[in-house]
Design a protein around this ligand. Structure first.
Ligand code: CP
Length: 313
């Protein structure tokens, strides 16, 4: 049996079996990274991949490039600031131009929802969503699931609390969909202005105070406040400082948590805002392990989407 999907626009639409196929191949690649130097592969030799980041990124952008190079592909980093976008070329004409160069895949991050699907309309290769507006960030969720899977026995047995700006977070949206597909109990925690009641329709619990539920959580997943979406956030919270005071994960609050509760953060963290430095640097925080998982997951996805091979699953 092979893999027939050529693109990844979101976690929505992936089955439990497909998620586990991605996780098993990702685990294979993560193990290969324990060697010094990390093992490289030739599976994508001759393939050309263009990374197009219209929004800032460290983890996603660099780990996609590392993954592409470790798989043997040619990598081009499209520099928006030095591109003809700056001369007024439209997005669609930009994609048509890249398509005319006969490249095999585009990795794209953009502030507008639905841009990966628009890209696909004008591009004949594979499209990988590296984060579109407030919609989805599928590779973030896949790496989160890989890091979780390595620390737990079973997704059905754990309770994950997602804390913060849920309404505008593409990371939260993808993670909720992924965890619910795997049968995990999920609670969302944040202020009512960023956590509308309709989220309950997704089969999750809602809490407005972290202290009300922290003792029951096996994994506490925290987000930074997205200053780049300040215009959306301004009417929803009095100030970023006030928000941080109410929901910050710090040592006094962690006293109430389970002794073996794990902390996850997608990064970048704003130290002593949503998380204290001591907690972020503690062994129970998986943030850097998540980054390592990110390279492995992106290697696995490139294999699946470009080659359709699942022989190492
Ligand atoms: N988690 C995440 O997407 O980080 P970057 O913005 O640094 O890619």
């Amino acid at each position: 049996m092979g893999w027939d999907k050529k693109d990844i626009f979101g976690i929505e639409g992936l089955t439990k079996e497909e998620l586990f196929t991605i996780l098993k191949i990702s685990k294979y690649y993560k193990d290969s990274m324990k060697l010094k130097p990390a093992k490289s592969f030739t599976l994508l030799q001759g393939y050309t991949i263009v990374n197009m980041f219209f929004e800032a990124s460290t983890r996603t952008r660099v780990s996609f490039e590392v993954a592409e190079k470790r798989m043997g592909a040619f990598t081009i980093n499209f520099d928006v600031e030095m591109s003809s976008v700056k001369k007024g070329e439209t997005f669609v004409d930009t994609i048509k131009t890249i398509n005319a160069m006969q490249v095999d895949a585009i990795v794209i991050r953009h502030s507008d929802c639905g841009i990966p699907q628009l890209t696909k309309k004008y591009f004949s290769g594979s499209v990988l969503n590296a984060g579109d507006g407030t919609h989805e960030h599928p590779t973030q969720t896949l790496l989160d699931l890989l890091s979780m899977w390595e620390h737990i026995k079973c997704f059905e047995d754990i309770h994950v609390g997602i804390v913060g700006d849920i309404l505008y977070s593409r990371v939260a949206r993808s993670l909720i969909i992924g965890l619910k597909t795997l049968g995990t109990k999920v609670s969302l925690i944040g202020p009512p202005t960023l956590l509308p009641e309709y989220f309950k329709d997704w089969g999750v619990n809602i809490y407005y105070k972290l202290d009300d539920i922290i003792s029951e959580l096996d994994i506490i997943y925290i987000y930074r406040i997205q200053k780049e979406r300040a215009e959306l956030l301004r009417p929803a919270i009095p100030s970023i400082g006030d928000f941080a005071k109410l929901y910050q994960l710090n040592e006094p609050r962690m006293e109430k948590a389970k002794k073996d509760a794990l902390i996850m953060h997608p990064g970048p963290a704003i130290r002593d805002s949503e998380v204290s430095t001591a907690i972020y640097d503690s062994k129970r925080c998986l943030a850097l392990d998540q980054v390592t998982s990110g390279v492995a997951v992106r290697m696995a996805l490139l294999q699946l989407l470009l080659k359709g091979e699942i022989n190492n699953a």
